[in-house]
Ligand binder design. Structure first.
Ligand SMILES: Cc1cc2nc3c(=O)[nH]c(=O)nc-3n(C[C@H](O)[C@H](O)[C@H](O)COP(=O)(O)OP(=O)(O)OC[C@H]3O[C@@H](n4cnc5c(N)ncnc54)[C@H](O)[C@@H]3O)c2cc1C
Length: 374
């Protein structure tokens, strides 16, 4: 039987990042990936905050995303952003492959086309072999096998559909967001330009995301080139470790409910996982509890706030979106958004805007519906 210190299930960005860091510390690490290629199939818009660049460097970089245009259901829109690069667009396939390359060059074994079928204590069984391991990391995405094994659950997963399409943009550094009950119930639609001609166009919604994506494509007169489906966790897992196993990234639901973005929050949690696993393997800790306390202290609060904002957002109707976009279209407020806006910490700017202009919420049906919020 083969042996490893750490077996990581899933060669997504979070799994390979952990593999790279742990192998650099001298541990024997294996990553198991069910697909035959790292990064494929991709199901990501590739829009990352500059905070991600600070963790992994400029890998997969395509261009900065400096501005956003948010479209209300009535056709009006709000332009935010300026020349300051606060987010950037990556080629997710290259991004994932570069993290895998770093892991391999640090000494990790990456086993492609080898699906993990079963994990139990220190035994991991794949479609090809059985391994004896000391730690098992579930970085295996929304349908995580490791999450099920440790008896944890995600509150909810919503559907997301995305295409690559020809999209001629007058500003390739501007992302478009589409709101509305008929556009993306409970979430939103997006256009993320890759360059002046190609963009990723997607919709996440509580129902029929593909149907709503087709509507958006018709509205924008776009023809799809390649279709991608995925799921976005709304809310994080009730437990993220058990004895020698932990779950991280999408597997643990470490995703912002406001935007569906999971790379930054997953990486921040991965840093906690690396530390806790190192201490455990070196005998300084008896279990991986420190992992859970660590990620909760770093991003737990913001994930909870994002979930709260998402619950409010879900209750909004078209007239609320129209009114809010109209009210936000005020130079003083746009200045606040541009100064404090951070896609990883959306609550920071929301409270600032409300404090500056409390009337934004006034007279909106949402205020009444808020009182019924669970
Ligand atoms: C349509 C869409 C657009 C998105 N856009 C953005 C965005 O713009 N910015 C952003 O930050 N986030 C975005 N996200 C979220 C982001 O893609 C995820 O948060 C991120 O991929 C999570 O990384 P991960 O490594 O945890 O999981 P994943 O990337 O899902 O990787 C999990 C890996 O595990 C493998 N696996 C699963 N089970 C097994 C098994 N039993 N054995 C072996 N291998 C297994 C899978 O094949 C996969 O490769 C988007 C998500 C969707 C659906």
């Amino acid at each position: 039987m083969y042996g490893y210190d750490v077996a990581i299930v899933g060669a997504g960005p979070i799994g390979t990042y952990i593999a790279g860091k742990l192998s650099k510390k001298g541990f024997d690490v294996a990553v198991f990936e069910e697909h035959s290629e790292i990064g494929n199939p991709s199901h990501c818009g590739g829009l990352l905050s500059s905070n991600v660049e600070k963790i992994v460097g400029k890998i997969g970089f395509m261009h900065y995303a400096k501005r956003a245009r948010i479209h209300a259901p009535d056709g009006t829109f709000l332009d935010i952003g300026n020349e300051e690069p606060r987010a950037y667009v990556v080629d997710r396939v290259n991004f994932d492959r570069e993290l895998a390359r770093i892991a391999v060059s640090n000494g990790a074994d990456v086993h492609i086309k080898e699906r993990v079928k079963y994990v139990s204590g220190s035994i991991l069984t794949t479609t090809l072999n059985t391994y004896r391991v000391k730690v098992i990391v579930g970085a295996d995405g929304i349908n995580s096998l490791v999450r099920k094994t440790i008896g944890a659950e995600l509150p909810q997963i919503i559907g997301a559909s995305q295409v690559m399409a020809r999209f001629r943009s007058d500003d390739a550094e501007r992302v478009e967001i589409f709101l509305g009950e008929d556009v993306a119930p409970g979430f939103f639609g997006w256009v993320i330009p890759y360059d002046e001609n190609i963009a990723k166009v997607g919709v996440a919604s509580y129902t029929k995301s593909y149907f709503y994506l087709q509507n958006l494509l018709k509205k924008l007169k776009l023809k799809p080139l390649a279709l991608q489906f995925g799921g976005i966790p709304i809310g994080f897992a009730n437990r993220t470790y058990w004895k020698n196993m932990l779950i991280v990234g999408d597997a643990a639901g470490q995703v912002k409910a406001t935007s569906g973005g999971g790379i930054y929050t997953g990486l921040r949690s991965a840093i906690c996982a690396v530390k806790a696993i190192g201490n455990y393997l070196e005998g300084r800790e008896g279990d991986l509890k420190a992992y859970e306390s660590c990620w909760k202290s770093i991003i737990g609060k913001e994930l909870k706030r994002a979930l709260y904002l998402h619950k409010i957002y879900r209750k909004m109707r078209d007239e609320d979106f129209n009114r809010i976009i109209k009210n936000l279209n005020d130079p003083e407020i746009i200045e606040v958004i541009n100064k404090y806006g951070d896609i990883d910490y959306p609550s920071r700017v929301v409270w600032r805007v409300i404090r500056k202009k409390p009337f934004i919420l006034k007279n909106l049906g949402i205020v009444i519906r808020l009182s019924t919020l669970a």
